[in-house]
Design a protein around this ligand. Structure first.
Ligand code: NCD
Length: 298
């Protein structure tokens, strides 16, 4: 694996190989395999988990980190192109982790970088490292990836974590329930791709009647920064907000995932239920990113 840009067409063996490698990192303390290597984190958009888990992963593997977490303090503020910024970062570092609001930005970066580029989110398009940690967490919590009943909930139009995750489902053939507020449904092109892969799905605006069937609820935030309409967040999420009452008819194995940050789509009272698994999920990001760094840098 040279760059990690997209989950589209990612072979099943590559995915499972990375998940197995992450498993090893979770079970045994990391060895300093990456001593002397430098990761550049180039974040043109806000981030907590993705950037800091990459930085922690790199340091735990013995490597070092340079980078920025806001474009304001770089020459892009003076008008420098993304390509030029990346060319320079590739001179200093051994790999580049990039997050940028433009769809396709990571691919643009990879065109000018002779060092591996890891896409940490490009607009509404892709977030492949999140997908790998989501799959890791699904497998960990259910004991398998195949044939699960999965609800994808929230802003399915703009959510890159959902878009990325869906591209891997052709390998695992889940039954999918798509729950979104009006106007924020999954784009037609993605629905067509699900059909083409023979993945069973249905579209809904509420969760109540579906809850008893589910193994996984993958909940997401309304991506308000990606559209101009003024939204009333609490009103939009009301029809599917996850509360202890909503979960009463759930199967014991149901686990709730969320890439975080969450706003009010999950009631904090859910945190103490056995179904809540989003904090384990974010912790798994560390092991998955260690596996990714070891793969692209050794
Ligand atoms: C996600 C993202 O940036 O797309 N966050 C993350 O990386 N954990 C989800 C989000 O911001 O809603």
């Amino acid at each position: 694996m040279r760059h990690l840009l997209s989950t589209r067409d990612m072979p099943k063996e590559t995915i499972l190989g990375l998940l197995d490698r992450a498993d090893q990192h979770k079970k045994t303390p990391p060895k300093p395999n990456l001593q002397g290597k430098i990761l550049a984190t180039c974040f043109f958009e806000p981030s907590t988990r993705t950037r800091l888990s990459f930085e922690t992963a790199m340091k735990r593997l013995g490597g070092d980190v340079i980078g920025f977490h806001a474009a304001d303090h770089t020459s892009s503020k003076k008008g420098e192109s993304l390509q030029d910024t990346i060319r320079i970062m590739a001179q200093y570092a051994d790999a580049i982790a990039i997050r940028h609001p433009l769809e396709g930005s990571a691919a643009l970066a990879a065109e000018v970088s002779d060092k591996p580029v890891i896409n940490c989110g490009d607009g509404s398009n892709q977030h492949p490292t999140q997908t790998l940690l989501d799959l890791y967490t699904i497998r960990e919590s259910q004991g398998r990836l195949e044939g699960l009943q999965i609800a994808l909930v929230g802003d399915l139009k703009h959510g890159r974590t959902v878009h990325s995750l869906l591209h891997t489902f052709n390998h695992f053939k889940p039954r999918i329930y798509l729950i979104a507020p009006p106007g924020l449904e999954l784009p037609k092109q993605q629905l067509d791709e699900l059909k083409a892969h023979g993945i069973m799905f249905s579209c809904h605006q509420t969760l109540d009647s579906i809850v008893p069937k589910l193994d996984i609820i993958y909940c997401t935030r309304i991506q308000h920064e990606r559209f101009n309409d003024k939204i009333e967040h609490a009103e939009l999420v009301k029809p599917y907000r996850i509360t202890p009452e909503l979960l009463e008819p759930a199967k014991p194995n149901l686990r709730i995932l969320h890439p975080l940050p969450r706003l009010n789509e999950i009631d904090p009272a859910v945190d103490k239920l056995s179904h809540a698994y989003y904090f384990e999920q974010s912790q798994n990001g560390l092991y998955v990113r260690q596996a990714i760094l070891n793969t692209v840098l050794t």
